[in-house]
Design a binder for this molecule. Sequence first.
Ligand code: NAP
Length: 506
Amino acid sequence: MADGSHGLYRAGMRETSVLIIGAGFGGIGAAIELRRQGFRDVQILEAAPELGGTWFFNTYPGAACDIPSHFYSYSYEQRKNWSRLCSTQPEILSYMHEVSAKYGLNELITTNCPVETCSWDEEAQQWTATATDGRTFTADVLILATGQLNRPAYPKIPGIETFQGDAFHSARWNHDLPLAGKRVAVIGSGASAVQFVPEVAKQAAHLAVFQRTGSWFMHRWNNPYSRPVRALPKLPGVQAFRRSFVFHFVEQITRSIKHPATAGRILKLRSIAFMRWQLRGAPELREQLWPDYTFGCKRILFTSHFLPALRRENVELVTDAITEIDATGVKTADGRHHDVDCLIYATGFQTTDMPAMEITGRDGTSLREVWRDGAHAHLGMTVPDFPSMFVMYGPNTNTSGGSIIFFIELQAAYIRQALQLMRSRGAGAIEVRREVEAASDRALQAQFNGSAWLRCDSWYRNESGRIVTNWPGYMADYRTATETLQPSDFELLPDRTAAETDLAAR
Ligand code: NAP
């Protein structure tokens, strides 16, 4: 068929409408997949004034992906002209805009529309999303594409509200505030901090980096490509080889996390050598920085600029615990007061208390309640009692090594298969079987046994210690699990609205 619907709908059948919450990589990827396969009635609601998700909000200096762009991009929209190995935030955001425009998504996106609640109407077999300003949106299918890293987490430090200087979170960078000549403090030393600390260090009069836990580092220079290197992917086969090389390389990071005593040792030795080299002649700093947990348990940080930045005259690494924040700065357990003009929270995101909004399924079941002891979903996407609802980048689909875009593409294709199944059988809704979800969750959690992920505390784990964010295997395993949807995993609910139409016609 000219519209690409491939005979998706039987005569008289109403078109399946789809509501996607979030216009980041997940929401955009889902919309492209569905529209390409004939699901034309797609709407995207986005809280921000612009598409982009995490790449719209994280504009801190030095923001860049840490998986090479040739792989951190949609497989069907590859670029041969990335300016460097790991592109910067403006380049990624403009890529997302280009892709959205090319696939005609811009007119489907309603921006400035933060959704507060989503509820399932069993009679109408539809979802209704309500925005904070009271606007409502209704559709047959709900796709939650709000991601895991979208709600900034602020530390619970006594006196935090009394600070009189400037303060902001790294994911809400205040670009109106010049940092030149200021006394700046950064709380946190994770993946975001290590990217912007080298930039802030160049401007601030004094920079104090408060580290609670050390990290394992690997090298990443990420300078702009020279002209010949930039031209390389234009040669036949180079682009495909490069993507495949990155895929297999990052799978080795996962291998090192899954097998800490073997593959993990090898990568750890590389990390040790790199850290020792960068910290040569600075034994005190090395001691302060050295991690005390198994390699790979927390995210491995790829940067060649952070450790040298800590060696600058105007930069201090503080490892004494923070006891209090007061009007003028930060107090630490050694009794010191650190005077601060500007405080930057690089304390990450609220990852373990999914979902980000109030979602109500069948009989008023609250998703927050179902996930009270830790979020779980079949393959990270479907939950019993929440018919025709799908989650992208949901529970246990984060990757410590791979590209999240690889996962997102698989999820978009899986959701598309679910909708095709629903339509081909004339069903009104589709729901994962309770026993299937429970069994797949048990199997998934068992796969963490023996891995580095279980050997420390991290943002991957909730208060009870359950890992709720990460996928326990390789990207290839997720592909195997999701490539072909198993119809027997799902219950197809009769189309109530069709029955009503039949009755009315009699
Ligand atoms: P993060 O990795 O969760 O780091 C938060 C930092 O804040 C940690 O150093 C943490 O210390 C510290 N912290 C938290 N609460 C604290 C408290 N109360 N007192 C003192 N320190 C505290 O957050 P992030 O750096 O924003 O990164 C989050 C994730 O986003 C990453 O893991 C990654 O997946 C993604 N990310 C990706 C990129 C990229 O691809 N380029 C860049 C940035 C972020 P502890 O370690 O002791 O908890």
